[in-house]
Ligand binder design. Structure first.
Ligand code: GAP
Length: 502
């Protein structure tokens, strides 16, 4: 019997076929938790990064972007605490399969398990007779599994590690950036780059992988000014869905993880003290504005105040932006009020001064950090813009917002006739010169070409047909409605611009 395919399987089938993403080293059988982005996925990813940089870096003259290395000496991670504490709980079966046990418990028992001690988890495994998800054998004991990838550098084989977050380079270079840019508090340091975690059970395509991409900002703030965020007024009326700790406690009493959220404005979240400071409130609103551009409905976006057992001891409050996927709610952004923990830890570890002087007073800035996971956001976009084939359209397609789509338009000569191809090439070149991302496709039947364009979510298709030769017009097909309208050739490139598209 054929089982119906899950949404994840459907999305991945199209993604593989159309070069959005595929397993790394696929011809050798791949390695779990590693994916490459193909030509189409890379274009979408670049667009996502561009949107992020435009809103969070380019628009703010107090945010500086850096680009740091991914391999760092072991002292960094000793000081940051990653070497000693960056672990996930694992359980092994008699056949040697290792499973991330807190997540398995959450899935099977529908109770929150992240942050429970190994003993508590082991008791739950025994009590509920939880077995290996791979082979069904009993699971034995629960251990902490280190997530850091180690390596050795140079002839003296100095021990080093691949960074598990981009944030550490930012703390390490804090003083350099501050002095080089003559930066005054508050200021932000942003970084986009790869991070590595030796996840026990990578899964759900690019949602949990071992090599991934982050876009992070560390905002360095005078601890006396945590309630003076420069962009608060811009976001204060933005509406957010908040899952409070109280709500999570109520759900836990019913052994449930089905949380309701409270809808309130950023201003209310701050004034009613649901968040630790104005900076955190503002960041949540900022993220909602960003997400409006991604094609993900606001109703399935929420901020969850992490429970105390999930929150690091130094944190003044963590608020994950979670999205509802077909397989449940998942964090895609971690927002943390890290206080001065990181700078203090590196001051201690390196014996270097990382405090700064503000009006004659020595200050160790506090940090509020929004940490975006590029891969998870991309998968969320794929899942939420995916449209399965139906009666009206015989193929599946992606409804990417024009700013994210891999191309703004595809240019199609209807028939293989040199006079049509010549006009089509002219439109193609003219559009490229105007800075538009356009694709030229002259292979196969026109219906097939529309399908190919829809499958990678190209919002517009321009068709050059015999009428074009008579009256200098061509049709523009709208991906979403599949309707076609005729326009003069002169005007066509300007219609393709994303600002002209809904
Ligand atoms: N500097 C803070 C930090 O790294 P995090 O909550 O551990 O915080 C931030 O990670 C984001 O990075 C997550 O919300 C997620 O989107 C992404 N991320 C973390 N681990 C990941 C993994 N194994 N695979 C894909 N994305 C991951």
């Amino acid at each position: 019997m054929n089982m119906p395919r899950s949404l994840l399987e459907e999305v991945m089938t199209v993604s593989l076929r159309r070069g959005i993403l595929y397993p790394s080293a696929e011809i050798y059988g791949g390695l779990a938790g590693f994916y490459d982005f193909g030509p189409i996925g890379t274009r979408i990813r670049n667009n996502l990064i561009h949107l992020w940089k435009t809103q969070f870096v380019e628009a703010r003259d107090y945010v500086y972007e850096i680009s740091g290395n991914t391999i760092l000496p072991s002292q960094v991670f000793k000081a940051s605490g990653h070497l000693d504490h960056f672990t996930d709980p694992s359980a092994e079966c008699s056949k040697g399969h290792v499973t991330r046990i807190d997540q398995l418990i959450e899935e099977l028992l529908k109770i929150p398990a992240e942050g429970k001690s190994n003993d508590e988890l082991a008791n739950l495994v025994m009590e509920h007779k939880i077995r290996c998800p791979v082979c069904g054998e009993p699971l034995r004991g629960v251990k902490s599994f280190g997530l850091m990838f180690g390596t050795n550098v140079g002839g003296d084989r100095r021990q080093a590690f691949l960074r598990p977050e981009t944030a550490q380079n930012i703390f390490l270079g804090f003083k350099r950036v501050q002095t080089a840019m003559r930066a005054k508090l508050p200021f932000g340091v942003a970084q986009i780059g790869r991070s590595y975690r030796n996840e026990i059970s990578p899964r759900q395509s690019i949602v949990r992988v071992r090599e991934f991409n982050q876009m992070e900002i560390e905002y360095f703030i005078d601890p006396r000014s945590l309630n003076e965020c420069p962009f608060f007024d811009m976001v204060s009326n933005v509406s957010i869905n908040l899952v409070t700790r109280e709500e999570q406690n109520k759900a836990a009493e019913k052994s449930s993880t089905d949380y309701s959220s409270t809808q309130l404005t950023v201003k209310e979240a701050f004034e009613k003290q649901f968040v630790p400071n104005q900076w955190m409130a503002s960041i949540l609103g900022d993220e909602m504005i960003f997400f409006q551009q991604l094609g993900i409905p606001a109703e399935i976006i929420r901020f969850r105040h992490m429970r105390p057992e999930e929150t690091p001891h130094y944190s003044g409050g963590n608020f994950d932006l979670e999205i509802q996927f077909s397989f449940g709610w998942k964090e895609v952004i971690g927002n943390a009020y890290r206080r001065d923990h990181d700078l203090q830890s590196h001051m201690k570890g390196s014996q270097k001064e990382l405090s700064i002087e503000v009006e004659g007073e020595k200050i160790t800035p506090h940090v509020v950090e929004p940490s975006f996971g590029i891969d998870r956001i991309l998968y969320a976009i794929l899942e939420h813009t995916y449209r399965p084939k139906d009666k009206s359209r015989g193929w599946s397609w992606f409804q990417f917002p024009p700013n994210l789509a891999p191309y703004h338009a595809v240019i199609l000569p209807l028939l293989n006739r040199p006079e049509l191809e010549e006009v089509a090439k002219e439109i193609y070149e003219k559009s490229r010169k105007m800075g538009l991302a356009v694709l030229y496709d002259d292979r196969g039947r026109i219906g097939r070409r529309y399908a190919r364009a829809d499958e990678i979510g190209i919002p517009k298709a321009v068709t050059i047909d015999p009428q074009t030769l008579d009256d200098d017009t061509a049709t523009i097909r709208n991906r979403d409605s599949a309707s076609q309208t005729r326009h003069s050739l002169k005007k066509i490139p300007s219609f393709l611009h994303p600002s002209k598209q809904k």
